[in-house]
Design a protein around this ligand. Structure first.
Ligand SMILES: Nc1ncnc2c1ncn2[C@@H]1O[C@H](COP(=O)(O)OP(=O)(O)OP(=O)(O)O)[C@@H](O)[C@H]1O
Length: 287
């Protein structure tokens, strides 16, 4: 079953479209990287999927059910601002969350908290570092035993050790429970380690949607003499050029002509290439 799909979804704030004409269907039991620059529309998409923001156009479905005013019982959402009651202790927070959720596993919460070093159960939320607050919020999200876990920048506040712990917890969640995870982040190297699928958005639109290995394998980076670009075959995504040398990101390219080097891009250079292309399109004169 498709955990999350979007059909021509758009969200407008006043005259500005934060998300526009997004159509996709995400694969089940995978970790999906939601990537794009600041303001691309990632949080808005996640908030719409969680039922917290209503689309202006189109429709989202979670496990085949249209999302309308409320979070689907099989969904857990980790919001970017990690909303927790600041005057409660971690222990009290866990108890309140248990009382607020029909489906709840206290064992799962304790298990996840136990895997995260340094979470003091007696400490008030407001005394915790941003990273520790994130760790508590992730444990609560998993306590709902979700089938779809939506994480808005779960790694941004975490130090390298906590990041590693969190990525392991996410990988184990997918392997043991078959949960689908959608994770927005700017940390492309970390995403590459755990993600199977990517959804690249920019200026509210989906630019790339696919299995990461397949997407990377369909692209090449060719570097060669700028004067000789016409010899290169394939669909040009974007290019950077100096007077002498051209660096081209190509989709479905032919063999590299003589004098050109040819390599598969890593996730970072692929994302950069698409964002460059998107910028060039939006700054091109209209008419
Ligand atoms: N509540 C709101 N009211 C008005 N504009 C909003 C609101 N929420 C988001 N926006 C605008 O919508 C656009 C997309 O924002 P969004 O937060 O979804 O992007 P993002 O990709 O998550 O960015 P970041 O990586 O910085 O978190 C931005 O231009 C933002 O200013």
């Amino acid at each position: 079953m498709i955990p999350l799909s979007a059909d021509s979804v758009g969200k407008r704030y006043r005259s500005h479209w934060a998300v526009r004409d997004c159509t996709f269907a995400l694969p089940e039991g995978k970790v999906i990287a939601l990537v794009g620059p600041n303001g691309a529309g990632k949080s808005t998409l996640l908030r719409m999927a969680a039922g917290l923001v209503r689309p202006t156009a189109g429709e989202l479905e979670v496990f085949g059910t249209p999302v309308r005013g409320g979070t689907h019982p099989d969904v857990s959402f980790l919001a970017q601002n990690r909303p927790l009651y600041s005057d409660l202790t971690v222990r009290e927070t866990v108890r309140v969350a248990a009382a607020m959720n029909d489906r709840w596993s206290a064992e799962r919460v304790q298990e996840v908290l136990g895997l995260q070093a340094g979470v003091d159960h007696g400490a008030k939320i407001r005394t915790l570092s941003a990273g520790t607050r994130t760790q508590v919020a992730i444990a609560l999200a998993l306590g709902r035993l979700p089938r779809l876990l939506l994480l808005d920048e779960p790694l941004s506040d975490l130090d390298p050790l906590a990041r590693d712990e969190t990525l392991r917890i996410i990988m184990a969640e997918v392997a043991d429970r078959g949960t689908t995870v959608v994770m927005s982040s700017h940390l492309l190297a970390d995403l590459r380690e755990v993600c199977d699928h990517m959804l690249l958005v920019d200026e509210g639109r989906v630019q790339v949607d696919g299995d990461i290995e397949e997407v990377l394998a369909r692209h090449r980076i060719l570097v060669g003499p700028a004067a000789d670009e016409s010899a290169v075959a394939g669909t040009l995504v974007s290019a950077t050029r100096t007077q002498r040398q051209a660096t081209l990101l190509l989709k479905d390219s032919g063999p590299a002509p003589q004098g050109w080097t040819d390599a598969e891009p890593d996730l970072e250079s692929l994302v950069m290439g698409y964002l460059r292309a998107s910028r060039a399109r939006s700054s091109a004169p209209r008419g």
